[in-house]
Write a protein of this length. Structure first.
Length: 155
């Protein structure tokens, strides 16, 4: 996690710590508000989805689309770019004795994961946004199928 504690910077959505604890499960709180990391291979969004968007679990802001997700075989969902450059905030993270770039939701400041560059993935940006599944909510944008027609009563 960066040297800026989560919740210490101004964000468009400001929620008290008590409200975050009420809104999120203990595991979600640990990742989103304390900068934790879920174990690799345990998240529900590691597999690439054919369509849809991914939003922040904390506030619902759209962050990524399925069209930018790729299989990095890293144990977490990987994307090569956010939906919009203003959707996420990038902060230097020197924890764990290394230099990384932390990714936070620009709307509420929740920790999402980290972004890495120069790993040789065949993507347009040469970046891998390695994001905790628990930080995301997937929404399938595929058109809804019409409900099958039902016969009128008495037929």
């Amino acid at each position: 996690m960066s040297t800026d504690p989560i919740g210490s910077r101004p964000y468009p959505l400001t929620i008290s710590d008590l409200e975050w604890r009420e809104r999120l499960s203990p595991a979600e709180y640990q990742v989103l508000r304390q900068g934790g990391t879920e174990r690799p291979g345990t998240g529900e969004y590691e597999e690439v989805r054919p369509a849809g968007t991914y939003a922040c679990k904390g506030c619902g802001a759209e962050l990524f689309t399925a069209s930018t997700q790729f299989d990095a075989h890293c144990g977490w969902p990987a994307f090569y770019a956010p939906t919009d450059s203003d959707a996420v905030e990038l902060l230097e993270d020197t924890s764990l004795g290394m230099r990384r770039i932390e990714v936070r939701c620009a709307a509420c400041g929740s920790h999402l994961g980290h972004v890495f560059e120069g790993e040789g993935f065949p993507t347009p940006t040469d970046q891998r946004y390695c994001i905790n599944s628990i930080s995301l909510v997937h929404s399938d944008d595929a058109p809804a199928q019409d409900a099958p027609a039902q016969d009128a009563p008495g037929r």
